[in-house]
Design a protein around this ligand. Structure first.
Ligand code: 26Q
Length: 816
């Protein structure tokens, strides 16, 4: 028996579990049972569960190393993990044991789990996707490492002031320590910045940085669901290379001595809360290079065998670039191969291109990252040289492929000239990768046709699609235990790792008993959500109303304003004495702190909510709630309780969406446009089980090209007119006439996301929603079809697509 094969205590036995737990309390936390705080108890519980995964973790690494397996290296600046405890209990099959063990000590699992602070190391969809992918990779026993940044402060905590405006509070998620991380300072890596480059007439250059920052790795276990594999997520923390400058310190310049240190450590201090309009900030570029350089170094020196021939690197690794944030990895690998390891440029380039693949997550032109050449020259002078050389070789290729087409050469250059000289990171990613993918069919098509058409023409085989998915472990099994139990009762447990099996439920759509049970479970989830919101925010919900939910980052293209106009229309119907379908509209959204319009919209939603709340006529019919600080934990209670899922972005703007998938899987019906993955959801669940509205992408583009005039809709649609008037007159802002007038003005004058053009169609779709809701038999039948036909949207399927189309990395089963 080798060191790593020594079994831990058998924690499946509740008595042993309870014993380990009390030991962890004493020896891990240093307290005894009577004096333990709730946090102590949670920490000891987490450490006990951790024990159950450690030998599997070591075993996984040993097995993968011994097999010389190809490794998927996921490079992402964000991982939005959510709480860890429940997922670890599920993966290790310890849920019931832990519950019983704790009960024998007069403790409750449900109470203790609430003390976990979720690590919010991401903004939204892209970060959560990375977390779902890690879960699937481990579950499918694919050798994989996730690399990223251990931000000291994650996505800000959102509060609302008395006026309902967003206030950001720092997210100090590490305040009470995290029981899930394993720091390894002895494995630290140096990362250089600035300095000078020397050439000696060969392809090899010598870069001498003038600043060094230390990257300290923190490891996190990523347990597969009953696969016996536990993969690793490695997040880097920045530390100053020297503790304090002793000269400065001794000469009494204490501030100066500390400054150097503070500057280095600021690199991993905080997650940038922007998720759509990159600002080109120096610190952000430092973050990107910092984690990418440390990760490549770590992979080459600590994962590969010591004598590995880097000419064959692509046989052992694929670096998946989660958007352009880690794209500086391409010139970095070139530098490592050419300067540090003596490969020739051409062979290095061939290897590099084979090692990288790039996923694009956006369609918005303003969201495409560009980095000013000046900034790159200052921080990464050797990388800038390498980028120039990549570009000149690339432009020669184009000139060969399209002789005499100067304009095309300029269009496709990795360097843009205006407004300042800057590197187009999406172009660099495309040129330096073997595959480029979009995240839904429509998105991949628009990527080829609109965002990167010249590149798609030059490299048709490089472009592919991988439609996003979500992990059924967290977003069905854990978050919706009753529905999961019902499904398992009907079709067995295999759906958890083979979600297409949900199809077998389709036949029960006509079984009144099954349909009624699904309805009862939804109601119980609504009651549970009501309890959560009561306790969390003092919000009281009418659980007998329709729960109409729109949760996602706040952005104009997502069109929270369209939903809000519908709310105003409903309220005006009530004021006219009509009786409407009782509805609770639930919003959840954070706005980037610098995104003024998004913050205005948050203020307006809260203002409308308060106005309706104060109107006795609306009671029991219409309520708008906006619990602050929407995050993964809240999503887990909210999604299973939703009846209606709002996916109403302007067609052609949302790359995919992943919330849309979580809702459908949990038995909400979607009202949505033909955008992102909505298109595929609708096709799969059946058009008759989906509330479609709005223009297609072609129609929207056509209208824009023909000259879109929002005011026309205002002048010609009395319902729209009245709703907009009411808002600008202050009817929904305590009579303050101009409080939100400019939000309305922006719609009337500009309306870049065509809210007014889609308004009538949206209202019509919502009327249809009410009609179907009135026939609960029909509604629930549609719900069952949605659940049964959403199996495609498992992140396991996405990962299988990545494996087949891009990675080609075989699974390596791990045995205990
Ligand atoms: C870039 C540079 C500087 C500062 C910030 C950023 C930055 C950070 C985060 C840019 C973008 C993001 C996040 C983007 C994102 O979440 N996109 C979403 O990705 C999902 C997963 O593919 C899709 O489902 C969504 O449609 C897409 O909007």
């Amino acid at each position: 028996m080798t060191r790593s094969q020594r079994p831990g205590p058998n924690l499946q036995d509740p008595e042993k579990f309870a014993r380990e737990f009390t030991e962890e309390l004493r020896f891990g936390q240093g307290v005894d049972f009577v004096r333990a705080s709730d946090t102590d108890l949670y920490m000891a519980l987490a450490r006990t569960v951790r024990q159950a995964m450690i030998s599997r973790w070591i075993q996984t690494l040993d097995t993968q190393m011994a097999r010389n397996a190809k490794v998927v290296v996921y490079l992402s600046a964000e991982y939005l993990l959510g709480r860890q405890l429940d997922n670890a209990l599920l993966a290790t099959n310890l849920q019931a044991t832990a519950r019983h063990a704790l009960a024998s000590l007069d403790l409750e699992l449900d109470t203790l789990r609430e003390f976990e602070v979720e690590p919010g190391l991401g903004n939204g969809g892209l970060g959560r996707l990375a977390a779902c992918f890690l879960d699937s990779l481990a579950t499918m026993a694919i050798p994989a490492v996730g690399y990223g940044i251990r931000y000291e402060y994650g996505i800000f905590q959102q509060q609302f002031n008395e006026e309902g405006r967003q206030v950001e509070v720092p997210d100090s998620w590490l305040r009470r320590g995290s029981p899930w991380e394993f720091p390894h300072p002895e494995m630290s890596v140096n990362v250089g910045f600035g300095g000078t480059v020397k050439h000696n007439g060969t392809e090899r250059a010598v870069w001498t940085p003038d600043t060094n920052v230390v990257a300290v790795p923190y490891n996190y276990m990523v347990p597969g669901y009953r696969s016996d594999a536990v993969n690793t997520l490695r997040l880097w923390q920045a530390q100053a290379a020297e503790n304090l400058d002793l000269n400065e310190f001794n000469s009494g310049d204490f501030q100066g001595a500390v400054r150097t240190q503070t500057e280095a450590e600021s690199i991993s201090k905080i997650l940038y809360p922007e998720d759509s309009t990159p600002q080109g900030k120096r610190l952000r570029l430092q973050q990107q290079y910092f984690f990418v350089a440390a990760s490549i170094h770590d992979f080459i020196h600590n994962v590969l065998p010591g004598d590995f021939d880097l000419r064959r690197l692509h046989e052992r690794v694929v670096f998946q670039l989660n958007d352009t944030h880690p794209v500086i990895a391409i010139p970095e690998l070139m530098r490592v191969l050419v300067d540090a390891n003596g490969l020739g440029w051409d062979e290095a380039w061939e290897v590099t291109r084979k090692c990288f693949a790039y996923t694009c997550h956006t369609l918005l032109p303003e969201a495409l990252e560009v980095w000013p050449v000046d900034l790159l020259e200052e921080l990464l002078p050797r990388h800038m040289e390498i980028i120039y050389k990549i570009n000149s070789r690339f432009l020669e290729d184009i000139a060969d492929a399209f002789p005499g087409n100067d304009w095309r050469v300029r269009r496709m250059s990795i360097i843009e000239e205006h407004p300042v000289r800057a590197v187009r990171m999406a172009y660099l990613a495309t040129v330096g990768s073997s595959k480029v993918n979009g995240v839904a069919e429509l998105h991949s098509k628009l990527l080829r046709e609109r965002v990167l058409p010249d590149f798609a023409e030059l490299y048709p085989d490089r472009f592919t699609n991988v439609t996003n998915g979500v992990t059924p472990r967290r977003f069905l099994k854990l978050s919706n235990p009753e529905l999961s139990a019902l499904i398992t009762y009907k079709i067995g447990n295999d759906w958890v790792t083979n979600l297409e099996e949900l199809r077998e439920l389709d036949q029960y759509a006509d079984d009144p008993k099954f349909v009624a049970t699904v309805g009862r479970i939804k109601h119980e989830n609504k009651v549970r959500l009501a309890e959560v919101l009561k306790k969390r925010d003092g919000i009281v919900l009418n659980v007998d109303s329709m729960f109409d939910v729109m949760v996602k980052r706040l952005h104009e293209y997502k069109r929270q304003l369209l939903k809000l106009l519908h709310v105003v229309v409903l309220h005006q119907r009530i004021m006219d004495g009509e009786s409407i379908t009782p509805r609770t509209v639930i919003f959840g959204a954070k706005a980037a702190p610098g995104y003024v319009m998004a913050k205005e919209i948050i203020g307006l939603i809260n203002s409308v909510a308060a106005t309706i709340d104060a109107d006795p006529r609306a009671r029991g019919q219409l309520q708008v709630v906006f619990p602050p600080n929407y995050n993964v934990t809240l999503a887990e209670s909210l999604i299973p309780a939703a009846d209606l899922s709002e996916q109403i972005s302007l067609a052609g703007k949302e790359a995919s969406g992943t919330g849309n998938m979580k809702f459908a899987l949990n038995g909400a019906l979607t009202v949505g446009t033909l955008d992102g993955a909505n298109v595929e959801i609708r096709e799969l669940v059946g058009p008759e089980n989906f509330f479609l509205f709005g223009m297609t992408e072609e129609e929207a583009t056509g209208l824009r090209d023909a000259g879109y005039s929002p005011i026309w809709y205002y002048d010609n649609d009395p319902v729209l007119h009245r709703a907009l008037e009411a808002i600008s007159h202050g009817d929904y802002s305590g009579g303050q006439r101009f409080a939100y007038g400019h939000v309305v003005d922006s719609l009337l004058t500009d309306d870049p996301y065509m809210v007014l053009a889609d308004f009538a169609s949206y209202i019509e779709a919502q009327n249809e929603v009410e009609k179907v809701w009135a026939d609960q038999g029909l509604w629930q039948k549609m719900v069952v079809h949605n659940i049964a036909r959403s199996g495609f949207f498992s992140s396991d399927r996405s990962i299988q697509d990545y494996l087949d189309r891009i990675w080609h990395a075989p699974s390596v089963p791990v045995h205990k």
